[in-house]
Ligand binder design. Structure first.
Ligand code: CLF
Ligand code: SF4
Length: 495
């Protein structure tokens, strides 16, 4: 088993001696700069890699180490999506458009500086609602302008429905906003009319196919303008079974042709309690395996993002964790100055750890490819707190990261959200039933620790759970499991 790095990533969260940490991080092993270059995917140029390597959404590998935060400064929206209800004061929901409190640009600045001082993983500041970042432009602009002055190395990122995007592309480029997401759910206005009841454009409310056609044209124009300026554009699409699921294959083709960097297909979140049109009319979201099935069909088109966590518009932390409640307005200091030391120390450690991870991952992937047998494929769920390692207890996990091992190697294919099984020292059988349902298609669970009771119940459901690979890198453990499951057994000697 490879040993976890001498200084744990967790230690950065505690009071620390920054100089000692930096010295330890850079002594021995590879230098941070050489690790950085070795992590670059083969099919990507250095300049592009440099722009995405610390962005948790644009790089699957970066999401194990780096965090984003959203500030909810853009309140107004110019369209209505059938899956959205911008409601406030609902900290228990985790889905785009939902926030606990709205912020002014000044409050946002105070919050970002406080978070940057406390959360060393922070690398990206995003504006993703609860309305539209381009429509509520003045607040988006004021927020980015003041924060980029205070923390110049934080990456600026926005998410938009695209309707007002073409009006602001030049300003985005001038402000050095290098990452833009457009939510594109259709390229056929007839389908669009089933998703968007209205848009507000050029001082007029428009409905039906006319509205969807305008939205489609503005989205394509915005994407083309961003591509022409070299801005990395990600497309988010909500998969709505029976409405646009098969159509997303065409969407993928359209956006690839227009230079999209990534395509992120997300499942519709639909519940009557959310008060959305789809929730109230019983439109269902896809199952995890339906989503995976569509993503697999899209493989080979525009490059896919599969690690999206459908963040709240005020999310803080690593993808999959939400620390927003630690940084509500009433907890922020009145005056705060940025202290870059914690983030800088963390980056030194991560550079070292990532280099180690990449080497282990490459070895594991090569070994699975070599051992691969025809049709030999397995889905493995991993409980992790970050760093790409199996370092979370089964009972504490709030999600599993799912990897597929096959002739393609070991590939991250998604995550499954669950409720933690162990609350206050006791396991809940009802929660375990829901966890087993969420693990549809998964044959193995890897975690840092698990009790006999949940282990037995998982086995009864056909899932093997083990802590035998605790603290290993996920890919290393999965390659060992794969070899065990598909090893060519020596033929028995005949009697
Ligand atoms: Fe935020 Fe979006 Fe920027 Fe990321 S989220 S604005 S690109 S910093 Fe990321 Fe969250 Fe998915 Fe968005 S996981 S919902 S894709
Ligand atoms: Fe909600 Fe965003 Fe759609 Fe506006 S664009 S209705 S904020 S999901």
């Amino acid at each position: 088993m490879s040993q976890p790095f001498a200084i744990s990533l967790d230690s950065v969260l505690k009071p620390i001696d920054f100089d000692a940490m930096k010295q330890a991080a850079t002594s021995g092993g590879c230098s941070s700069s050489s690790c950085g270059s070795s992590m670059k995917p083969d099919d990507m140029d250095e300049a592009t890699w440099d722009r995405i390597k610390d962005h948790p959404c644009y790089s699957e590998e970066a999401h194990h180490y780096f965090a984003r935060m959203h500030v909810a400064v853009a309140h107004a929206c110019n369209i209505q999506c059938n899956y959205c209800n911008r409601k406030y004061d609902c900290a228990n929901e985790s889905r785009p458009g939902v926030v606990s409190e709205k912020l002014t640009p000044d409050q946002a600045k105070r919050k970002v500086i406080t978070v940057a001082n406390e959360v060393p993983q922070l690398s990206v500041l995003g504006i993703a609602g609860p309305g539209d970042a381009c429509y509520d432009w003045k607040k988006t602009q004021a927020t980015f302008a003041s924060i980029s002055q205070e923390i110049p190395d934080v990456k600026l990122c926005i998410s938009t429905n695209g309707l007002a995007l073409p009006d602001h592309v030049d300003e985005l480029a001038e402000m050095n906003v290098d990452h833009v997401t457009i939510t594109i759910n259709m390229v056929d206005p007839e389908i669009g009319a089933k998703i968007y009841p209205w848009i507000f454009f050029e001082h007029k409310r428009r409905t039906g196919v006319e509205a969807a056609k305008i939205l489609h044209e503005r989205q394509m124009l915005g994407l083309e303008m961003l591509t022409a300026r070299g801005i990395l554009t990600k497309i988010n699409s909500v998969m709505i079974p029976g409405v646009n699921d098969e159509h997303l294959i065409e969407v993928n083709r359209f956006v690839k042709e227009r230079g999209a960097f990534l395509h992120n297909v997300m499942p519709l979140i639909s519940d009557p309690a959310h008060g959305t049109h789809y929730g109230l009319t019983g439109q269902r979201g896809p199952t995890a395996m339906e989503l995976k099935g569509l993503q697999d069909k899209l493989d080979g088109g525009a490059k896919l993002m599969r690690h999206c966590r459908q963040c709240r518009a005020d999310a803080v932390g690593l993808l999959g964790e939400d620390r927003g409640q630690e940084f509500t307005l009433d907890q922020l200091p009145e005056a705060v100055a940025y202290d870059p030391r914690k983030r800088a120390a963390y980056r030194e450690i991560v550079a070292e750890e990532r280099g180690d991870h990449v080497r282990a991952k490459e070895k594991a992937i090569a070994s699975v490819k070599q051992a691969a047998v025809e049709g030999g494929s397995m889905l493995v769920a991993v409980a992790t707190k970050g760093g790409g390692r199996i370092n979370e207890h089964f009972g504490h996990a709030k999600e599993f990261q799912v990897y597929e091992a096959s002739a393609k190697g070991v590939v991250f294919v998604g995550h499954r959200k669950i409720d933690a099984y162990c609350m206050g020292g006791f396991g809940e059988d009802g929660t375990l039933d829901a966890t087993i349902a969420a693990l549809e298609g998964v044959g193995h669970v890897l975690c840092a620790k698990i009790g006999d009771c949940p282990k037995d119940m998982l086995v009864a459901a056909g899932i093997v759970a083990t802590n035998a690979y605790a603290y290993e890198y996920a890919e290393t453990a999965i390659s060992a499991l794969y070899a065990e499951a598909f090893a060519v057994k020596p033929a028995k000697a005949s009697a």
